[in-house]
Design a protein around this ligand. Sequence first.
Ligand code: TXE
Length: 471
Amino acid sequence: MTTQPVTGERESCAVFNPADGSLVGSVPAGTADDVDDAVRRAWESFQIWSRSDPLDRSKILFTAGRLVREDQKNLAHLLTREQGKPLRESMNEIAGFARVMEYYASISGIMQGDYGVNASYGHMMVKRQPLGVCAAIIPWNMPALIMGWKIGPVLATGNTMVLKPSTTAPLTCLALAGHLYQAGLPESALRMVTGSGEVVGEALARHPDIRSLSFTGAVSTGIQVAEHAAKTLKKTILELGGSDAMIVCHDADTEAAAKGAVSGRFFNCGQTCTAIKRVFVDSRIYDSFIHRVQELVGKLVVGDGLKTGTDMGPLHTIRQRENVHSLVQGTVDNNQGTILAGGYIPDTPPYQYGNFYLPTILTDVDPDAPVMKEEVFGPVLPVSVFDTLSDAIEHANATRYGLGASIWTHDMRTINQAIQDLDAGIVWVNQHLRIPPEVPFGGMKSSGLGRENGRYALLHYLEEKTILIHP
Ligand code: TXE
């Protein structure tokens, strides 16, 4: 984060374009007082919003979806400038945000309660009511979509929210909030507080008047946030990234698998929690698979995300690039894999001012190498060979993460074994990375706690009140 004084009293956080280092804009560096103020206003708003008709809340969410679709190009442009991803991906992410709003609009009134009658106890009712003010802390990699996942279930169930966007990519989130207000959402029902994680994020996690906290980010930050949240008894959802494995079996459609590996790894410059981070390939098709992946990677156009034809933009920050490059170098230096493509920082035009890293393939990688265990948040595809499915699954599970995994085969017995044995919150078959809002999303082990998305996400934001009426 860069802070610079703007007026005598306020500091701001500057937002830079990762493709060329130019200034895109700036936002206020919020303080703990700003968080306090936002929480107080969100509670005031809760008194009205929580009592509103779910149908009225639906109408606002639907309208917001429409307004966002109408402004898709401008929003996507802004997203690419502050985050770095190709415009095509930004367009999809903005459409994804709209879809999430529409999905929650369509289910806002469900899960309101249950009823039963019993000869001894009489009428038994369960009323589900919103918690109150909820908070969200979101990252920079998919800011629009993740904001949608956080606010959708909160607003649909009648809760209000204070949201902290990422320090380095907050502008699209602020613009999206503007569309929600324009659609009729009271400004106090969704308070945005910009600023650093250490100040604003920590103030949210520690705040005693927040009932739930949903966080997406690094494992270490998530643990810190959870400690503060536990001390103030907040319900917590943590989405902490992954090291997703892709297992390619001997009977897989090699062409589809190679394309899946390339799009699943290099999408968003590899900075997606459910990106393919490791590939295990059956020894019988290893050579043909690698050959095809190499061809496809060779065709990827790397550059400024705003330029037509760009397939992969820069990494979001220089720090991210340093982390990625050191993992690649460590693999080579320790003889744990070989570079087949990329593996270095380009410094000639047009790359010299941006955080670019070339799409990298590592072959014959030792399954125990750090590049196969940690979350490599960048454009690096490490590939390993396996002889038996059990070995592949064992390697896939040998990480602290458990977010997603995919199996590429047409054999039902293999699919069943993978579904049963992979430690992952989501298992794909012959695809990877896709996350529809209709189904739960979240991880096992260090990938986090709780689930977002799907109708059960509503339950996290509702608490039950039991009512017994004697006949
Ligand atoms: O994450 P941070 P960073 C992983 C990925 C990446 C690594 C570091 O491996 O390389 O994390 O990324 C706020 N109290 N993921 O440094 O710091 C921060 O301002 C409260 C995976 O960007 O965890 C931002 O809004 N909040 C991931 C958010 O936390 C704090 C997405 C995430 O930032 C805070 C992003 C604090 N003390 C990174 N410190 C995924 N799950 O998809 C920071 N924040």
